[in-house]
Ligand binder design. Structure first.
Ligand code: F3S
Length: 294
């Protein structure tokens, strides 16, 4: 069985940068190091960072004064940064620059009096952070249906959660054109996500089965698996090589492999190796059966 890896898979620029900053911070630490929420949605990487000394906390108030606080790639609102400063914490800002751009745009627009609409998931920390930069003024819509419920206004600006599918953003923009006399459109979608999704879809069309590696809680990994299934091919999501089931590769000639933005190379390589082993095993079993029948 041949195993083909998608041309774009695994860590994106923002996640790589966040992990590098976290590793540098623990290496040079002179006190406790905290991360507000999981740095990335990958339990294996989080365990490794915890072993190196990064403590995950869910509220800034839990950090001991004088410690270092790593802000993950999703970013946070100004309220969190103020609390950190008040508690005498040293902030290590690993906010992805693409998220940072969306935050600055939202802040500038809101402070200039322009109502802001964000296309995204209101429960996602990245979106909550961007909303906070507008002083809570921005409205979040998940798609064109919600956008239709917005009132008609003179002017409005729209931007997107960085991981939004372009088609959904465009559909909302089309609706808002009718809602605002003057609509300012800022496409803040990150290219890393789109490129990875495109590469996964192209590969899924060319193979018999797809394996998608990534944390079970990782939204972008789940999205990749859903996209692969849309190609009509079976697609299985796993966190590690141990979850691979030999049954998936029965009679398979070519299997595809891709990974979410929070999956490190070493896990992808482990899965790739195991897929090849399982492919050889199922091939051997088939050969033996044929020989017995003959
Ligand atoms: Fe940044 Fe895009 Fe990754 S926004 S964190 S490079 S998916």
């Amino acid at each position: 069985m041949q195993v083909r890896l998608a041309s774009r898979a695994g860590f994106c620029f923002g996640v790589k940068r966040a992990i590098k900053l976290a590793e540098e911070t623990v290496r040079e630490r002179d006190g406790p190091v905290y991360c507000l929420g999981p740095l990335i949605h990958n339990p294996q990487v989080m365990q490794k960072l915890a072993a190196e000394g990064v403590q995950e906390i869910d509220r800034v108030e839990k950090a001991a004064p004088g410690g270092k606080l790593i802000i993950r790639s999703h970013g946070v609102g100004p309220g969190v940064l103020d609390t950190a400063r008040d508690r005498n914490l040293k902030v290590v800002d690993a906010t992805c620059p693409f998220v940072g751009r969306a935050q600055s745009l939202a802040r500038e627009l809101a402070s200039g009096g322009t109502p802001v609409v964000i296309v995204g998931d209101k429960r996602h920390p990245e979106v909550q952070g961007i909303v906070d930069w507008t002083g809570g003024q921005a409205v979040v819509v998940d798609g064109p249906e919600e956008a239709r419920r917005l009132p008609v206004v003179e002017k409005m600006a729209v931007l997107a959660q960085t991981t939004q599918p372009l088609a959904n953003f465009q559909a909302v923009v089309d609706v808002l054109q009718e809602k605002a006399g003057q609509l300012q459109v800022y496409n803040t979608i990150c290219h890393a996500t789109g490129a990875r999704q495109q590469a996964a879809l192209e590969l899924a069309r060319e193979v018999d089965v797809m394996v998608v590696v990534g944390g079970a809680a990782s939204a972008n990994t789940r999205k990749l698996a859903a996209l692969c299934r849309q190609s009509g091919k079976p697609a299985y999501q796993v966190e590690t090589a141990r979850e691979l089931d030999p049954v998936w590769f029965k009679g398979v000639k070519v299997a595809g492999l891709t990974a979410g933005a929070s999956t490190p190379d070493w896990i992808i390589e482990e899965v790739e190796r195991r897929m090849k082993e399982l492919g050889e095993m199922t091939q051997l079993e088939d050969n033996m059966k044929e020989n017995v029948i003959a």
